[in-house]
Design a protein around this ligand. Sequence first.
Ligand SMILES: Nc1nc2c(ncn2[C@@H]2O[C@H](COP(=O)(O)OP(=O)(O)OP(=O)(O)O)[C@@H](O)[C@H]2O)c(=O)[nH]1
Ligand SMILES: [Mg+2]
Length: 430
Amino acid sequence: MRDTICALATPPGQSALAVIRVSGPEALSIKSQIFIPKLGPQKHFVATRGDVLDLDDALCTSFPENKSFTGEPSFELSLHGSPVIIKRVLESLQAFGVRGAKPGEFSLRAFLSGKIDLCEAEAICDLIHARSEQAAQAALRNLKGGLSDYLEPTRIALIDALCEIEARLDFPDEDLGTLPCQALADKIQGCLDKLQKLLRSAQLGKRLIEGARVVLLGLPNAGKSTLLNALLGEEKALVHDTPGTTRDVIEANWVLNGMPLVLVDIAGIRDDVSLDPVERLGIEKAKRELDKADLILWLEEPGQEKLEMPRLVAPVIKVATKGDLYPDSQGLSAKTGQGLPKLKQQITQILLGDQFDFGEVMLTKIRQKEEVSKAHECLLEAKEALLRGEPDEVLAFELRSAGNALDRLLGKSLNEEVLDLIFSRFCIGK
Ligand SMILES: Nc1nc2c(ncn2[C@@H]2O[C@H](COP(=O)(O)OP(=O)(O)OP(=O)(O)O)[C@@H](O)[C@H]2O)c(=O)[nH]1
Ligand SMILES: [Mg+2]
């Protein structure tokens, strides 16, 4: 039996309004004890003005079982956004036996009540954290069931194929004819194509939600911090002509052509035995950033010595800096802004590629990508088993495994550990 939970659903602190959410079997009976409507009885779904104990004059909206976000009886109070009121209302609810909700617990309940599937739940999290309009749109599409809608025909095709095979396995005496191999192979190929397309969206999806990390690399004084500031349009990092100015890693959120990025400024890399220990630590930290980068901007001041680096995994854009001082270099100048549009275009090109389409359904989580990859692998095996003429049992096994992966993706088969992991990343109150 679930208990009744409550949480502040708006950010803490002073605000015009604050929303407290309550959900669970006792929600409506508790509501009638703490909220007295001013004008006659309250109707579901209608924001109603009244008194919340003697604490606030507020609006309350109630939702009956099966017709709320969580699927449980629930209500929301729109209070005045005073931390004192919020605290006292939450304490009063707790005195009525209502428990403070854990992060994502409302969404978990919506999922457990069958109101949303797992990808839709993940999309709520993505939407709340979206840092650009395009990211929000991608999340919203998934929240509205985009992924499940996209995958439903594939799931049905899989089940059809499986029925076809299992009927023959289960009723060998019935005359069901031989397996229509070509038709089956075509059907599997159709599913493979759809999954492949989805897998291709995963990198963009992850970048759109999490933001790609763009690291500025170079010798001390190459102009990294100055470029960071120029791209951001603000004086975020200290700039000085003393080599070794930046020590700590500086991260800044930035949106480029709809894609949220994290610009990462690091200490200039140099190897000098006489370095002071703080700069040395900064350089170690800087090198660790290179492994996490999605893209590296490698800055060089023309005519200066060159930085030697071991092989870098992430793609690299070489940038000649201080173009205003070296007119022949055709380089970029953070001082005059020359070359910045070209750099932005190169960054977009590398991170998004040519064929990006923000309008398509996307995978945004590693978990989603793993399950789709698994389904794809199993289907490939199934297709090969079919072409090699292996026993139908092998084919059925692979098809079933593919179907199971898609079920796990959408949360149709439950795994407590996965649920804990997913919902713990939510905000409290969602
Ligand atoms: N004229 C000119 N000077 C620049 C430009 N970019 C950087 N500088 C100067 O170069 C010096 C070093 O710049 P920083 O941005 O601090 O260099 P950095 O690569 O961050 O250096 P470290 O933090 O020491 O690794 C400063 O005096 C800047 O004003 C540029 O485009 N034009
Ligand atoms: Mg610097």
